[in-house]
Design a protein around this ligand. Sequence first.
Ligand code: AGP
Length: 575
Amino acid sequence: MCGIVGIVSEKAFSSRTLLERLKRLEYRGYDSYGVFDGREVRKRIGGIRVEGRGRSTAGIAHTRWATHGGVSERNAHPHLSCDGRIAIVHNGIIENYEEIKKDLVRKGHSFASETDSEVIAHLLEDLLRRRSIEEALPALIRALAGTFAVLIMIKGRDKIYAIKRDSPLVLGTADGRTILASDIYAFSDWTNRAAFFDNDEIAVVGPDGHRFFDRNGKRIRKPLRTFRWEEERTGKRRAKHYMLKEILEEPSVVRRLLFSLGHDQKPAFHKLLRLIRRSRKVIFASCGTSYHATLLGAYYLHQVGMEVQTLIASEFRHFAKVDRDTLIVAVSQSGETMDVIDALKYAQANGGRIVSIVNVPHSTIQRMSELSLNILAGPEICVASTKAFVNQAALLLKLAQAFGFKVNCDNLPDRIQTLFKARAKIKAIAERIARSKDAYIIGRGLTYPIAREIALKIKETSYIHAEGMMGGELKHGTIALIESGTPVVSLINNNDADIISNTKEVEARGAKIFILTNHPTLGGSEDTVHIKTGNDGKFGILAAVAGQLIAYYAADALGRPIDKPRNLAKSVTVK
Ligand code: AGP
């Protein structure tokens, strides 16, 4: 949540360059933004407009997802100190900001915003009265409680100072430029070399290069690492939205993952199998869409007699019993989700072993893990996750296969491609669902996690209230909400008699039924999408893809801002 970026360059660059980089991080938050080019601060409400004339050799910028204080220009970053000399951008939450603010107000400071972040600029100003910047930065780290990635500029100096704790921050170098950012996507088209900040580290970046320091101000060595982050083709290209582009990329990203699991990631994959075999207990930890992928993974593994648990990371510490024989498998697209990081810290403190399955390379969760597999979905720009879900699920299916689950994974990319032929029919169904204020998605077993995932996609992108349910649970309450015409999407795997009965039960109460099934003779022609695949678990993934398309077309019919839905952010780095 919130994206920050800073550039220091040997040669002057324009604000446009800085805003272009910030635009690449817009998926992290998009209610307002601002830049500081060493001379002046400019802020705006709304989406980032890449424009501007001024040139400088250093600048910082911020795109906001509001936490403390509403969406307004004065709450947008950068924030200035009282004397206007220090400008800061911040991602995270300063937990003790009220205390710091009270103290500074007593000393005569006045504040311009309602944010927690502004105190950072004022506190640094206060610390600099008695200290050099080299001494003030460690003191600043010590004084702040909470989470922060902060970039600081002082007027008249072509330098950026950076500090970080628990919020992500990376540094990349490319052709005489050093770029600091919340994630590698800000510069992955410039370079694949980056240094990844650890907690309580400081960096000083000037035109002559960068230096890292620890929390005591002692110089530390931090080598640049090479990362692999394959972009399909930048931009939306022919697709109207990133969401559609990313769905259409699914066959190729699944192919890439399957190849990698048999080649470069084969040793890591086998190590994961060994770790799972040796652990007394295996618990998945994840959130949102990634949680739905783990629910599907737990189903697959259960089919081969393995008992694994999956928990929503924000509730992990309340429901998980962790000890030295527990293996925690964190699953996360961004690798930065704070609820997952928090669950992992809790697990580590109780002796658990951590492994992960992530999309963004070198992300915090990957670096916290003793072993990590990459799902290789490439950059996912649309806030609603689609191709990352498919690759998480495909990896978990491969895992179950390695434990004895009978499935042909190799034809999954082709099966997804074949499903795309039904896009016109799916679009027509979506446009009918878009006319309703509510929708229900029901599944059982294999398709229960998918029902939840499709409902989440519909909510996020179209703002239609959608519930993804266990078909068997409907009659225990929710069926009271079914009225004449209420859309119910039923996910029917292989003629499953129980979900067919549940479908009939809602149909008898007036629901408008749509069916996604792999059974060739079920359902009517207009309202049923027949998905070509056998009874080997792939139907779950394919039904999710059909559901992603339903969500996309429903949102498009309603004219929603599909790639950046209201109130959301791609990377949820607050608790
Ligand atoms: C997906 O469409 C969501 N926007 C969201 O639920 C997401 O899956 C969740 O925040 C977890 O993110 P992660 O995979 O990056 O950890």
